[in-house]
Design a protein around this ligand. Structure first.
Ligand SMILES: NC(=O)c1ccc[n+]([C@@H]2O[C@H](COP(=O)([O-])OP(=O)(O)OC[C@H]3O[C@@H](n4cnc5c(N)ncnc54)[C@H](OP(=O)(O)O)[C@@H]3O)[C@@H](O)[C@H]2O)c1
Length: 352
């Protein structure tokens, strides 16, 4: 985090604009409304939705969208409210409204970065802090977006895009400060880990994938999860943010879990081992190498016990030894909680 803070909010009110009202957007919306009083008491600020967008329009309110004017039982369908504007665009609202925090939760397109890339650029240019669950824009141009944020004296945070509730960036940047990271291994995709765990218990692949989709944890396009690309993208964002690399997605060797046979999982189990989709960053002859691949791990491996929708990351450092963190709720509410954490870091921690 940087330390500049150009925005001032009377009475601690922080305007929010949310783009994307699917699994994560809805979870974030509900979380902020549910935790409104706690956030005021604990952190002294009042997160106030000024606009919420879907693909076909937006709900825009001068007074703010609050739990009083959006009762819980009707929160899932914003189009029924009087201020719903069909065809309203995110960029136009960001240019018009007084800046606060822009929350980006539209689908991740890791080829073009759109529509999130255009949203985030417009937000940063108009002086909004940005928190994003959407990985696409970060893959498209992390460096350019970070430079744009710096030039506009605002924050761009993306915990929710780098394994969400599992702390990865915070841990490496804060808790490991001063230590040199020698390698990173992670189970970074809840969907693949869930599928591998269920298959290890005898479920077939298609049924395990369907269950992951029902839980709302699979990407809108689950091919990204099961072919290893979601893990690769998170590895890339962690490498480029924490290790200061300029890794490109094409440089990561990626193999997913689509060809894993039930027999291999059974064999691993009978040998008291497990198959995990591991994202790995290792240094060899002075160069970092990145890969994603299913691996058979034994009980001594720090990520052996990471099952179901859980994730995990293991850092090896020069002065602090090995540090592993596992768990972190892999569901839309966990992702929403990571977005909220980034907002709290921006306002409550970095500026006190
Ligand atoms: N699901 C998870 O657990 C999870 C965890 C971490 C990160 N993520 C990331 O979070 C993001 C959202 O995931 P999700 O599962 O919530 O996806 P989702 O359920 O498909 O929701 C996407 C939302 O974005 C809206 N949208 C699409 N294009 C838009 C545009 N141009 N302007 C405004 N809104 C637009 C869609 O509108 P309509 O409602 O009109 O279709 C929908 O409301 C993705 O980038 C994903 O990679 C997801």
């Amino acid at each position: 985090l940087e330390s500049s803070f150009p925005l001032r909010f009377k009475g601690g009110r922080v305007p929010l604009v949310l783009a994307g009202f699917g699994h994560v957007g809805k979870a974030f919306f509900g979380l902020v409304l549910d935790k409104g009083n706690y956030l005021k008491t604990r952190y002294g600020f009042d997160l106030n939705f000024r606009a919420v967008f879907k693909s076909d329009g937006g709900l825009i309110s001068d007074a703010g969208i609050t739990s009083e004017n959006i009762p819980e039982e009707t929160r899932h369908n914003l189009t029924r409210y009087p201020n719903w504007k069909p065809g309203a665009r995110v960029e136009a609202a960001l240019r018009k409204l007084k800046p606060g925090v822009f929350v980006e939760c539209t689908p991740s397109d890791i080829r073009t970065g759109e529509p999130g890339y255009g949203h985030i650029r417009a937000a940063l240019e108009a002086g909004w802090h940005v928190v994003t669950a959407n990985k696409g824009p970060l893959v498209a141009d992390l460096k350019g977006l970070r430079d744009l944020a710096r030039r506009n004296h605002v924050f761009l945070e993306y915990s929710a895009a780098t394994a969400a509730a599992l702390p990865t960036l915070d841990l490496a940047l804060y808790s490991l400060a001063g230590a040199e990271i020698q390698s990173i291994e992670g189970i970074l995709n809840g969907t693949s880990n869930y599928i591998l765990t269920r298959m290890g218990e005898g479920e077939d692949y298609a049924e395990a994938l369907r269950q992951a989709q029902d839980k709302g944890i699979a990407e809108p396009n689950p091919e990204l999860d099961v072919q290893g690309w979601d893990t690769a993208v998170k590895l890339l964002l962690i490498a480029n943010s924490v290790l200061g690399l300029d890794l490109a997605l094409e440089k990561i060797k990626v193999k997913g879990i689509t060809r894993i046979s039930p027999e291999l999982l059974e064999k691993a189990k009978s040998d008291e081992k497990a198959v995990k989709l591991i994202g790995r960053l290792v240094r060899s002859a002075g160069r970092w190498k990145a890969s994603v691949s299913p691996e058979i791990v034994d009980r001594s491996h720090p990520l052996f016990g990471v099952n179901g929708t859980n994730k995990g990351i293991h850092f090896v450092t020069d002065t602090m030894g090995g540090i592993t963190v596992t768990g972190g709720k892999s569901d839309p509410r966990g992702a929403a909680a990571a977005l909220l954490k980034d907002i709290i870091h921006i306002f409550a921690l970095a500026h006190n």
